[in-house]
Design a protein around this ligand. Structure first.
Ligand code: AMP
Ligand code: GLY
Length: 430
């Protein structure tokens, strides 16, 4: 099977790595790809992956049997619809289903309609009414721009004024079209946990739990980032909480196979949960694999990913049977100094051969490229995702950190406490 994977992050390197392991993968293309996918696949750097016709032309030119869509932007733009309508298999939901990530108010209405536990809240298209609601309810309170905002559209406000400022920012165009509708909801407390599922034919096949670290600095301080580290499974999740999250994902999947959806959902549905004192509640849906969650989930998947993705793309839940390694994975993200704000690129990366010789360590590339001299250099804020695998959580953590020390580039920065809170137990969360 010839496969075209869209995207360029660490998530896509991890997907490419898992696809390339399969005997069923004849030729793998990644568009645009990065310095890591280049070693496993043919990168196609010049395609506009948010343009369905451009993706379809590339798929036809390379005799592609299945297109796998990594990021949310092409999904929300309807790239899956164009390619699927042309008779090519697609792993990734169509435009209508992708609204579950593309519009927070749509997702919220879906959660309420199908009794999926979530924060109480309201959607506003009128700025004055939104401000009045904040005044009535008081802080802490959460303000969310409706549309895609690259992870920056949510403000967890500790004071009413902060929430009112966030409402003004949304309506004044701070998030472009994403902000002219806002969701305002109650502030939940508890540890966060992600549960991703392969969804097809109205059925959910849950993966293993994962937990991201969004803040830039140790101790969960500093600015929000795309993710500084992650582990899987999440040791602090109780069995009853896991069962409840799995039930919620199954209910969500069943709902996607019924009207008003024209087509059943075929791809990954990502449930972002908060483990509240009243049980797990949904914070959000994403309509794709998480980044960096994928980097700790796929190395633990024993089942052939090509088989799974083909079954999803064909709408054949009966062909899916997921098997997982009985181990732990911890990923530490190496970033460029300054990320998530201004940072430099083009710094030569050393030490990957040494790390490549270590057992149970995998390095996925997030932002790398080759320079004119053919050297591997930094090419983004998040540069490398260093994954340690172990029989215990501590073993996996220690291995990931040992590997991080062996890699070098100017400005290398990373958090030193990935997994520390979980290792200390549930009481670490307020
Ligand atoms: P979202 O994009 O909806 O996942 O929101 C981004 C982040 O904001 C989440 O990962 C949480 O840390 C936080 N957040 C979102 N909704 C809430 C909520 N209702 N209560 C507390 N924190 C929230
Ligand atoms: N790691 C969070 C996300 O992929 O949205």
């Amino acid at each position: 099977m010839n496969i075209l994977l869209l995207g360029s992050g660490g998530r896509e390197h991890a997907i490419a790595w898992a696809l390339a392991k399969s005997k069923r993968c004849d030729h793998l293309f990644v568009s645009p790809g990065n310095g890591g996918t280049e070693a496993l696949a043919t990168n196609l750097p010049d395609i506009d992956i948010t343009d369905g016709q451009a993706v379809l032309s590339a798929a036809r030119a390379h005799d592609i049997d299945m297109v796998v869509i990594g990021p949310e932007v092409p999904l929300v733009a309807g790239v899956a619809d164009v390619v699927r309508d042309a008779g090519i298999l697609v792993f990734g939901p169509d435009k209508q289903n992708a609204q579950l990530e593309g519009s927070k108010s749509y997702a919220k209405a879906f959660m309420h309609e199908h009794n999926l536990p979530t924060a109480d809240g309201k959607t506003f298209t009128d700025e004055a009414l939104a401000v009045q609601y904040v005044k009535d309810v008081g802080a802490p309170i959460v303000v969310k721009a409706d549309g895609l905002a690259a992870g920056k559209g949510v403000v967890v406000a500790q004071t009413a004024q902060e929430a009112i400022d966030a409402v003004h920012n949304c309506f004044e165009g701070g998030f472009g079209n994403a902000g002219y509708r806002v969701v305002i909801e109650e502030c939940l407390t508890g540890p966060e946990c992600s549960l991703l599922a392969f969804v097809t034919g109205g059925k959910a096949f849950c993966m293993t739990t994962a937990q991201d670290h969004k803040r830039a600095l140790d101790g969960d301080l500093g600015l929000n980032t795309g993710g500084m580290g992650v582990y899987s499974p999440v040791p602090i999740v109780r069995d009853d909480e896991l069962a409840s999250m799995q039930r919620i994902m199954a209910d969500a999947a069943a709902a996607t196979a019924k009207p008003p959806f024209e087509h059943d959902y075929r791809g990954v549905l990502y449930g972002g949960f908060m483990l509240t004192p009243k049980g797990p509640k949904l914070l959000e849906f994403n309509v794709r694999f998480g980044d960096p969650e994928t980097q700790v989930i796929l190395p633990r998947l024993k089942t052939d990913l090509v088989d799974v993705m083909e079954a999803v793309a064909k709408g054949r839940p009966e062909d899916i049977n997921l098997e997982w390694e009985n181990n732990w994975a911890v990923c530490v993200v190496l970033t460029s100094k300054g990320y998530p704000q201004k940072y430099q690129t083009g710094k030569v990366i050393h030490g990957l051969d040494k790390v490549g010789a270590m057992d149970n360590v995998i390095v996925f590339h997030a932002g790398t490229a080759h320079n004119a001299q053919g050297e591997l250099v930094t090419d983004g804020g998040r540069v490398l995702d260093v994954v340690g695998l172990g029989a215990t959580f501590d073993e996996a953590r220690q291995l990931a950190y040992k590997a991080c020390e062996s890699i070098d580039f100017e400005g290398k920065t990373y958090r030193h406490d990935i997994g520390a809170k979980a290792a200390a137990g549930r009481q670490s969360w307020k």
